[in-house]
Design a binder for this molecule. Structure first.
Ligand code: GLU
Length: 279
């Protein structure tokens, strides 16, 4: 007897044993990074809108320094580029995405902080950036952090360390406008609805590079942002493997090359490799 067409595809998705472990949820079937590595697959969180760092191009390809770091680390963990799924990891959602198992790890201009370490762990650092200011080319009254006075409008991203720094130190002096991505801040700066954008120098350098002379970085950096690779809290094994990969990337020259081929030319900072923190 012929089976009806729906027979082979049960509506409930088949018996539980034939199903791959679901991502996230933290239930009894929650897959680990190791499970994904056995399948040759990884889901990695990056930024999609930060030129030179984590950027999704119109053709669907991914570019930038964080992308290169992610691909190198994945390779050392035995995953080919085709096995990587990049997922957008906006600043304020990163800890939640890691805790929910939406991603295996995140490489997204992600500063290591004690506050974040309560929820997630970090491999690295693989880079050290610093908070800075970006203004329009013609602006003359903002020259550095000391210009943050007189109720100027400053844009940054909610959940970021630069936004927190402004709240902690300049709450009475400037108006902080918080949005969800830095590209939104750049739009606000160009349209004149804010006076400056603040975040890490290399992020600002990437946007300035894209804006062909229309925007400029001013002053020195005024914080230290150590970029780590965020992963599930307590996963010591994956953290150690990622730390090994970062060290190898630095040692074999790929780390320096990755920087020079992406964001490096836009931010001629002296490049000193950081030592990974095996805490
Ligand atoms: N590095 C800072 C942070 O992790 C700012 C960059 C970002 O929001 O991705 O909060």
């Amino acid at each position: 007897m012929e089976r009806p067409s729906w027979w082979s595809e049960p509506l409930w998705g088949g018996p539980p044993t034939s199903r791959p472990p679901p991502r996230g949820g933290g239930g009894p079937y929650a897959a680990t990074v190791d499970d994904h590595l056995r399948e040759g697959k990884l889901t990695i969180g990056i930024k999609f809108d930060q030129p030179g760092l984590g950027f999704r191009d119109t053709d669907g390809s991914y570019q930038g320094y964080d992308v290169k770091i992610a691909e190198y680390v994945a390779g050392k963990l035995g995953v080919r580029p085709e096995g990587i799924t990049f997922k957008e990891a906006p600043t304020a959602q990163r800890e939640t995405m890691i805790m929910n198992g939406d991603v295996d790890f995140i490489v997204a201009t992600y500063s290591i902080t004690d506050e974040r370490k309560k929820k997630v762990d970090f491999a690295g650092p693989y880079f050290v950036a610093g908070q800075a200011l970006l203004v329009k080319k013609e602006n003359t009254d903002i020259t550095g952090v000391e210009s943050l006075t007189g109720n100027k409008k400053l844009c940054s991203v909610e959940g970021s360390t630069p936004a927190q720094y402004v709240k902690d130190n300049y709450a009475k002096d400037v108006q902080l406008v918080e949005v969800d991505t830095y590209s939104r801040c750049i739009d606000a700066l160009r349209s004149g609805s804010v006076d400056a954008v603040t975040t890490d120098d290399i992020i600002l350098a990437g946007f300035a590079g894209q804006a062909s002379g229309e925007l400029k970085l001013v002053g020195d950096t005024f914080t230290t942002e150590k970029y780590g690779i965020g992963l599930k809290k307590g996963d010591q094994e994956t953290r150690a493997k990622i730390n090994d990969a970062i060290e190898e990337m630095i040692a074999d020259g790929s780390w320096k090359r990755a920087f020079e081929e992406t964001i490096g030319p836009l931010r001629d900072s002296t490049l000193t490799p950081p030592a990974v923190d095996r805490y």
